[in-house]
Design a protein around this ligand. Structure first.
Ligand code: C5P
Length: 229
């Protein structure tokens, strides 16, 4: 068995609901979840666009000062960086865009790939991001790819923001999501795409519970995450 036998990967574009689904799925299965976008966002917030001008060695050296750690499981899973919870400042669309720019840099991807794989070696995980099923965990036991149109994803993000009393311009949000999609799907390294063996779910006309139900039925029908238990 490889180190990623107890990993469930969820990939998909911005705003498709990966984090919410990953949290709920990990809660049901009693394992941890890893929001890899939060790792890219944290490095982006700290390094800024200046990283684009740095050498690979310099990026690796700076990144070695950021120690990510995963604690707890299910919806109480928490991601720490250097002993502190990842900051809520990373959650803006502007930081998402910056993360997407820096996510094109091989050195940043290499640093995070090592950390993500060592986390999965330590504990069973639901890992969500863009390249979990294609690059980081090609041997994952279960792979899912979620998708929905940019309009629907922007609308969900807007409702989410409104629930947090943060009014948002829908047209601007749709445009930002489209731009990030292009950047993530067309980059040279680890572009956003479904793994050939991933189960693809169009979530456009499904709510969270329906998507979760589909995933759980698939996992159960294939013997569960721990078939030998
Ligand atoms: O998922 P989230 O929107 O938080 O991710 C922010 C950005 O980080 C994405 O747009 C993407 O460019 C990058 N990312 C990535 N690979 C991952 C997770 C995120 O390239 N596994």
């Amino acid at each position: 068995m490889t180190h990623s036998a107890s990993v469930i990967t969820i990939d998909g574009p911005a705003g498709v609901g990966k984090t919410t689904i990953a949290r709920r799925l990990s809660e049901t299965l009693g394992i941890s979840y890893l929001d890899t976008g939060a790792m890219f966002r944290t490095l982006a917030l700290n390094l800024g666009l200046a990283a684009e001008e740095m050498s690979e060695e310099a990026i690796k050296s700076v990144c070695s000062h950021y120690r990510f750690q995963l604690e707890g499981h299910g919806i109480t899973t928490q991601l720490f960086v250097n002993g502190k919870l990842v900051s809520s400042e990373i959650r803006t669309e502007e930081v998402g865009m910056l993360a997407s720019r820096l996510a094109r840099l091989p050195a940043i991807r290499a640093v995070l790939a090592d950390i993500q794989r060592s986390m999965a070696a330590a504990t069973p995980l639901v890992a969500e991001g863009r390249d979990m099923g294609t690059v980081i965990f090609p041997n994952a036991r279960f792979k899912f790819f979620l998708d929905a149109s940019p309009e629907i994803r922007a609308l969900r993000r807007m409702r989410d923001a409104e629930n947090h009393d943060q009014p948002t311009d829908l047209a601007k949000l749709t445009e930002q999501i489209r731009l990030r999609d292009v950047q993530d799907r067309t980059r040279a390294i680890a572009p956003l795409k479904a793994a050939s063996d991933a189960i693809c779910i169009d979530t456009s006309d499904k709510d969270i519970s329906e998507v979760l139900g589909l995933m759980l039925r698939h996992i159960d029908a294939s013997g569960g995450l721990f078939p030998n238990r």
